[in-house]
Ligand binder design. Structure first.
Ligand code: FAD
Length: 411
């Protein structure tokens, strides 16, 4: 019998498996195929988010010329952005797992039974695997983790292309985090359809990545609409796709509820609602939280424990009250973002990126304490133009439950 069984070998499952393997516990992983199968998504991160981690260089390339475009002048973002080199990150984590003697099993998690001191996982092809604790890291719609149902889930959606273009879509060496300008749309479209933005970067060697993104919307903005908007935007900038090397289609939920934190299995990554509700980023957080969660599990498994007790230790480490409070504040912020019209959205982000550096960077990286986060949101409110303030007040009034949850640590 294993101490731990981790379901899924995406960035989150692999990060936690690597951290668990370092604790001396007997760890197994379950994936439908090869755990070394490449991760195909383009994962970005602010480079400083990994400073506190003992990681080799897994970021490539970096951008120091980062900007956002709203309705005013270009907003320069004084922060280094990077893409993960997925292959380097994955090989590093796989190496840590191997050094810890981890076993990889192939199969699809299909069911689970719990007894007093272990859980027995059933795979789709009838195999059983026993472990003292099962961790479900199978993504945003997990195989086993139970989560309350939620109507009107908001999704981040994006359609992107890596390739060569008739002219540079961004200036040499530039990373555009958000270009919300919408002059390529008709007045009717701008008034009635959800705003979307361009996320784009110079990859060097005349290669660029351009992606039209809907930050969050319920129901999700369709990928067809995003593709059409991307083409129209680029045409408006006088740019045409010449050669596509990779097409990225992105769709994932932003505001699923927290899972039931008393269940006898632990979730991690998308399965544990770890996505940042205001940005959609998650990979950095999965890397950063892994050691803390692994240590809590390891301490509990040092003595006799039931799956519920071991899972509880993990959930408590993953979602302590301050983190739940911050998440609730972010969820309130997300509702506001989704309610803004185009002008309000531009005003909001212009004000946001002009906040003091520690505030906007801490907000995006979820490194602020709850009082600091609340202060940041208050400062944003007081600095924002009147129409944004009125909209924020309206959202808070329309969502009394969310407001109550934001003021408490209610999951
Ligand atoms: C195109 C795209 C771009 C993105 N860009 C970013 C970004 O720039 N930065 C960022 O932080 N986030 C980004 N995200 C968000 C992204 O969803 C995640 O944060 C990340 O992939 C979630 O990691 P995860 O390990 O929780 O889940 P996943 O990556 O979905 O991995 C789940 C794993 O579980 C396995 N699995 C699933 N079901 C079962 C089962 N029943 N049994 C066994 N195994 C199973 C899967 O095969 C997979 O290995 C992006 C997402 C997309 C789609």
């Amino acid at each position: 019998m294993y101490d731990l069984l981790v379901i899924g070998a995406g960035p989150a499952g692999m990060a936690l498996a690597a951290a668990l393997s370092k604790t001396g516990l007997r760890v197994a992983g379950l994936t439908p195929g090869d755990p070394a199968a490449p991760w195909l998504n383009t994962y970005g991160i602010w480079a400083d988010e990994l400073d506190s981690l003992d990681l080799p260089d897994v970021l490539s390339p970096h951008w120091t010329d980062c900007s956002a475009y709203m309705h005013g002048p270009e907003i320069r973002l004084d922060r280094v952005y990077a893409l993960f080199d997925n292959q380097k990150l994955q090989s590093h984590l796989l190496g840590e797992c191997e050094r810890g003697g981890m076993d990889w099993q192939q199969g699809i998690a299909a069911g689970i039974d719990h007894s007093a001191d272990h859980s027995t996982l059933l795979t789709g092809d009838g195999k059983t695997i026993s472990a003292r604790l099962v961790v479900d890291a199978s993504g945003h719609f997990p195989a086993l983790v139970a989560r309350p149902a939620k109507p009107n889930v908001a999704y981040q959606a994006a359609y992107g292309v890596k390739g060569r273009f008739s002219a540079p879509p961004v200036r040499a060496g530039q990373l555009v985090l958000m270009d919300y300008r919408a002059d390529h749309l008709t007045a009717e479209e701008r008034r009635t359809q959800p705003p979307t933005f361009l996320y784009a970067m110079d990859l060097g060697d005349a290669l660029y990545f351009v992606e039209e993104t809907s930050l969050a919307f319920a129901p999700a903005v369709s990928l067809d609409l995003l593709k059409e908007r991307l083409e129209r935007r680029l045409a408006h900038y006088g740019v045409f796709l010449v050669e596509a090397q990779h097409v990225e289609r992105c769709l994932f939920p932003m505001n699923l509820p927290l899972p039931d934190l008393t269940q006898p299995i632990l979730g991690y990554g998308g399965a544990a609602s770890m996505v940042h509700p205001a940005s959609g980023y998650q990979v950095g957080m999965a890397l950063k939280r892994a050691a803390t969660v692994a240590a809590a599990i390891s301490a509990t498994l040092a003595g006799p424990s039931s799956p519920v007790e071991a899972a509880q230790a993990g959930w408590n480490a993953l979602w302590p009250s301050p983190f739940i409070r911050n998440r609730n504040l972010y969820l309130l912020g997300l509702e506001s973002l989704m309610s803004f019209n185009e002008a309000e959205l531009h005003d909001f982000f212009t004000t946001f990126f002009n906040l003091p550096h520690p505030q906007w960077t801490g907000y995006l990286s979820n490194t602020l304490s709850t009082p600091e986060l609340a202060r940041t949101m208050f400062d944003l409110f007081t600095r924002a133009p009147g129409r944004v303030r009125r909209s924020l007040i309206r959202t808070a009034g329309d969502k009394p439950t969310l407001l109550w949850q934001a003021l408490t640590a209610a999951p």
